[in-house]
Design a protein around this ligand. Structure first.
Ligand SMILES: N[C@@H](CCC(=O)N[C@@H](CS)C(=O)NCC(=O)O)C(=O)O
Length: 221
């Protein structure tokens, strides 16, 4: 018998076709629900036609947002959501949104700078260099600590925050720059495969094409 959902998770996607969108912040919230085995139901927000209630709950109009159906509590913002879920469903513990280790914290801004840099310019090489340094920081932590996940033997919130962003880095840089994570960063590459083979990842997966399509609009802007 199917378990009734306790949480509704509103994420980027297509409500008509129930297709999940390419949001790394939504992904973190969904991974947290999946890793904690919370019964939840996904609802999709069409970014071209956001419902008015979304702005009443979150004036920024961003997702993810969760609705705790038992407590009738609404929580916007991925960091606040994972903190709420940690208190509400403490087992298994994943830590709060700022759980250590604090590595790769500049990953997303450094990736966006590299992605947006004009092709073939010195600026582009410099920005890709900075991105590689950030990836090295993550790689070296995993390598030196001989650890499967940033959280240790199991993922914690440092992993659930970073892994969806690493997915965007790999898929968007490959598609738009013909760039691959350097082979020397083998601990990072193995880590990406390891976390992507988890049940929680498979349950919350969206294909690389969604990532590529999502960044297209930003690159044309
Ligand atoms: N600080 C927010 C950021 C969330 C965010 O930027 N979400 C994007 C989608 S990935 C969004 O909803 N953007 C609104 C829009 O593009 O209209 C969080 O962590 O939840």
């Amino acid at each position: 018998m199917a378990t009734s959902p306790i949480i509704e998770a509103y994420v980027k996607g297509k409500p008509e076709t129930h297709e999940r969108g390419d949001c790394p912040f939504s992904h973190r919230a969904l991974l947290t629900l999946a890793e904690k085995h919370v019964p939840y139901k996904e609802e999709y927000i069409d970014f071209n036609n956001k419902p008015k209630w979304l702005f009443d709950i979150n004036p920024k109009g961003s997702v993810p947002i969760i609705h705790d159906l038992e407590k009738d509590t609404w929580v916007p913002d991925s960091a606040a959501i994972v903190d709420y879920l940690e208190d509400r469903f403490p087992d298994p513990a994943l830590g709060k949104h700022d759980a250590p280790p604090h590595v790769g914290e500049k990953l997303f801004p450094n990736f966006i700078s590299a992605l947006k840099a004009k092709e073939g310019t010195d600026e582009e090489s410099k920005k890709i260099g900075v991105l590689v340094q950030t990836l090295e920081e993550i790689n070296n932590y995993l390598r030196d600590n001989k650890t499967d996940y940033l959280g240790g033997e199991r993922p914690n919130q440092a992993d659930l925050g970073l892994a969806p962003k690493l997915y965007h880095v790999e898929m968007a840089m490959r598609a738009y720059k013909g760039w691959e994570i350097p082979d020397e960063l083998s601990s990072l590459k193995e880590y990406n495969q390891r976390i992507r083979s988890r049940k929680s990842w498979k349950q919350t997966y969206y294909p690389p094409e969604k990532v590529v399509e999502g960044w297209k609009a930003h690159l044309e802007a």
